[in-house]
Design a protein around this ligand. Structure first.
Ligand SMILES: [Fe+2]
Ligand SMILES: [Fe+2]
Length: 307
């Protein structure tokens, strides 16, 4: 029997599935969930606990699967939807994570890139329109320290910050959101622990870790479908306004303004993940620990965004 892999992150939403789902154990495919089930509540939690990133369907069910995903996303973005925002946001988070992963894993595909870019545009519109969307997105915890999930959180924080800064150019904010999703491209295929605090890393780990913005930018710049500013964000997202960041030690005026925003958002999420700081404390702790490293107004705005 043949099987097609699909991402578990796409299996959100309260619609019943109309295809069978399999998991792979060794060389075998085992039927895991049957047609007619949905992924709300405990079933989805159990699936997440298993940390299964991929599941499998039969090739003849591919169309049914695609229809399911599209319908879930359409319903989630429908502002008139009677469904709770929390459920809609879970689907949107999954969709964003999915399109991010697709580009991280397969950057040479222009189709993947374009899909992530369109998705980023739609996502920006959603965040701007739905007042409580940012909070609801931040409520979805990255318990597995997943790189794509980190990208989605940094993207959410960046868009919310841009909104507070009065950045209204929709096309620019779309590229900001996309760049933030992909900012840590350089961490792909790395073996060091991603969210270990830098101070706890060995000298070798730290040296290797600090190459990631440069490595990331270099590996995507040969792909012509990547927007210049997205590459710039990948390259500069660890720079700090006082010049103490890396890889180049650029001060704020020499850094792309969109990368300055992503740097603040990234540093905040990384702090929460690596130091296990909860959201209520994060805004305050960030300001105390990182004052001088990001624009002053970013601290106040991010504190307000964190709620
Ligand atoms: Fe990074
Ligand atoms: Fe990051």
């Amino acid at each position: 029997m043949e099987f097609v892999s699909i991402r578990t992150a796409t299996l959100r939403g309260d619609q019943k599935i109309d295809f069978d789902l399999y998991i792979q154990i060794g060389a075998k495919y085992i039927a895991y969930i049957r047609k007619g089930d949905s992924f709300e509540g405990k079933r989805l939690d159990r699936l997440r606990e298993k940390k299964l990133k991929k599941m499998f369907i039969r090739p003849e069910d591919e169309q049914a699967y695609r229809g399911y995903v599209t319908q879930n996303i359409e319903q989630a973005y429908d502002t008139k939807s009677p469904k709770p925002l929390e459920n809609r946001v879970a689907v949107i988070q999954g969709a964003q994570q999915n399109s991010t992963e697709a580009v991280l894993e397969n950057p040479e595909s222009q189709a993947n890139y374009d899909q992530a870019k369109d998705g980023a545009g739609r996502y920006v519109e959603f965040l701007m329109k739905e007042e409580k969307a940012v909070q609801a997105m931040l409520n979805i915890e990255n318990t597995e320290h997943d790189l794509a999930h980190h990208g989605v959180t940094v993207s959410t924080l960046s868009v919310a910050l841009a909104n507070k800064l009065g950045l209204t150019d929709q096309a620019k904010v779309q590229l900001l959101a996309l760049g933030a999703l992909l900012h840590d491209f350089g961490h792909m295929k790395k073996t060091y622990p991603l969210f270990k605090p830098l101070k706890d890393m060995s000298k070798e780990e730290k040296a290797e870790y600090m190459k990631h913005p440069q490595v990331g930018a270099e590996s995507v710049q040969t792909h012509r479908h990547f927007d210049k500013v997205v590459i710039q964000i990948i390259q500069q997202h660890e720079e700090l306004v006082d010049g103490s960041g890396y890889p180049k030690g650029l001060i704020e005026k020499n850094t792309d303004p969109l990368a300055v925003i992503v740097s603040s958002a990234n540093d905040l999420d990384r702090m929460m993940l690596s130091q296990k700081i909860n959201r209520n404390e994060a805004g305050k702790t960030f300001m105390i620990d990182r004052l001088g490293l990001h624009p002053l107004d970013h601290f106040k705005m991010l504190k307000a965004i964190m709620g």
